[in-house]
Design a protein around this ligand. Sequence first.
Ligand SMILES: [Zn+2]
Length: 157
Amino acid sequence: MTNEMDNRLAQGRAVIQGTHDAIWRDWLSSTPGVSRATLRLIYECASSGYRPEQNELLLNLPEANVEDAADEGAHDQTPPLLAGIGWPAWKRELVHELLHEYQHKVVAGNASVVGKALEQKYRHCFDGPGHDAHFFTAIAEKASYFGMSPETLIMNL
Ligand SMILES: [Zn+2]
């Protein structure tokens, strides 16, 4: 691996970490008693996921996807909060798992009416456990953070 590739990878990792820090601050830091999940970037035969028992947020990403984040970092040091369709893979995964962290720590059993309605309509869009009315409540509450409707955010996850 050349130094240039190493640099892009390191830069991409820094952008992903910085984006995680910024969104976590905005969404979760004001909730009493919660501590930030540790973000771990991996590339192995495992899925991305938020693991409540370990308080870990795993992002399973090929290095090329991590390097994509370097491009956003080069243009702008603030978190790249893009409106509309077309987030890169790293951003989709990161926001998806941060929504799970928010679901566990803030929604925590209090699904909203809007969240329940979204679940009815969009449950089929996601595989695996955890995509319940609480997950969709997190989506309903956080879509406007990205300047999106909940439906558009769902299409970006
Ligand atoms: Zn999920």
